[in-house]
Design a protein around this ligand. Structure first.
Ligand SMILES: Nc1nc2c(ncn2[C@@H]2O[C@H](COP(=O)(O)OP(=O)(O)O)[C@@H](O)[C@H]2O)c(=O)[nH]1
Ligand SMILES: [Mg+2]
Length: 357
């Protein structure tokens, strides 16, 4: 029986990080793993990041799992047949929900050979504000966030390394009183022991009968449409030794500008590759991830991939990013060449299947 670990949870909550570290651990134990990444866009930072870690990864692009059910099914087959995967991690889009009705139940119906466990990630720094009076995002986005949690077999309260002991015990009380029926893990996905604990919990989890969500697709669709999606692939031509550094500067400046304009960030990711060093830089609305451990490299050219998911209009986000690029070009004399760009908001979700019994 193959295990499918479905990983849901909001943008930036730490899904990819946890999957990557779990795969590294399992590969060490000689378990055959596979990963399916997912996004509404086409050029994915997460896929590059995983490939860099030598994990067999396939992607469902251009729409979420629920709207591309057949693709998910065929990738599971490929990972099983060509990579002998015993465990497949499938990471759904961070603004997506209703997995039980559209993915889990159809899999149970059409494939008898896999067992599914749903982990839902929340960022410990974001959860309290989302549950309480002043959520970071507009109501329809908050609605999606809460619906995601409802579907959890295992609720992962992630990034607990950024909490004080006091905050952690408060979080423990909050989560256990709000979600008494769920298996809950307090996790640091950067820590090996914490990841091993998650893997053990996944392995031992016995799912009962799951209920499909009661969900209002108009609110769900409106929530998805509140977020602007921007993917850019470009080349940076700098001086002989500082393409990488300039890429990092670009990432910081874009983040600074978005923060300055008080636009809520779902996830802002950069992948910078100067031929010597590859680095994923990631900003979320929770704890700020530090951009240390960046070694200096000497290269005049870098490939840069940007995936930005921000609560604003697509045109506005695009203008903000290109203004920042122009400023850096003007002060440095360097050149950014755009190779590919897509800027949009996700369309109304139209699942292939929706099983509600
Ligand atoms: N401090 C801390 N940071 C984390 C943890 N898990 C993930 N992150 C960081 O959170 C950011 C978003 O992570 P990512 O895995 O890309 O989130 P995703 O959008 O849910 O896939 C990255 O900068 C990660 O390094 C954690 O447990 N602790
Ligand atoms: Mg991810």
């Amino acid at each position: 029986m193959m295990k499918l670990y479905l990983i849901s949870g909001f943008l930036g909550s730490g899904k990819t990080t946890a999957i990557q570290n779990a795969c590294t651990q399992l590969m060490k134990e000689k378990v055959n793993v596979g990963v399916i990444t997912n996004d509404q866009g086409v050029q994915l930072v997460d896929t590059r990041f995983m490939r860099n870690a030598n994990v067999p990864v396939m992607e469902v692009t251009d729409g979420c799992f629920c709207c591309n059910y057949d693709k998910v099914d065929s990738l599971i087959e490929v990972l099983k047949e060509s990579h002998y995967a015993e465990i497949v991690f499938a990471e759904s889009v961070g603004s997506c929900t209703d997995m039980i009705a559209t993915v889990v139940k159809p899999l149970q119906k059409f494939r008898k050979d896999i067992e599914t466990v749903i982990s839902v990630f929340v960022d410990a720094n974001v959860l309290p504000t989302m549950l309480q009076s002043a959520p970071l995002f507009v109501d329809s986005v908050t609605y999606i966030y809460k619906k995601q949690i409802e579907e959890a077999d295992i609720l992962i309260v992630n990034k607990i390394d950024s909490l004080t002991d006091d905050e952690l015990s408060k979080m423990d009380r909050l989560v256990n009183s709000k979600f008494p029926e769920k298996t809950i893990l307090f996790q640091n996905s950067l820590d090996k022991d914490s990841i091993i604990q998650w893997l053990i919990t996944l392995e031992n989890f016995k799912s009962g009968a799951r209920s499909s969500l009661e969900i209002d697709y108009d609110i769900y669709g409106a929530g998805e449409a509140e977020l602007a999606w921007l993917d850019i692939e470009m080349e940076l031509f700098a001086d002989e030794n500082n393409a990488f550094e300039t890429g990092v500067t670009l990432a910081k400046e874009i983040h600074w500008e978005i923060t300055e304009q008080k636009l809520p960030i779902g996830h802002l990711k950069f992948f910078i590759d100067d031929g010597v060093q590859q680095k994923k830089i990631s900003f979320t609305s929770g704890v700020q991830t530090s951009i240390n451990e960046i070694g200096k490299t000497v290269s005049a050219k870098a490939d840069i991939l940007i995936n930005a998911r921000v609560q604003t209009e697509p045109e506005h986000l695009k203008a903000l990013v290109f203004n920042t690029i122009s400023k850096i070009e003007a002060t440095s004399g360097y050149k950014f060449i755009t190779k590919d760009i897509s800027s949009f908001k996700p369309g109304y979700p139209k699942p292939t299947h929706r099983i509600i019994d």
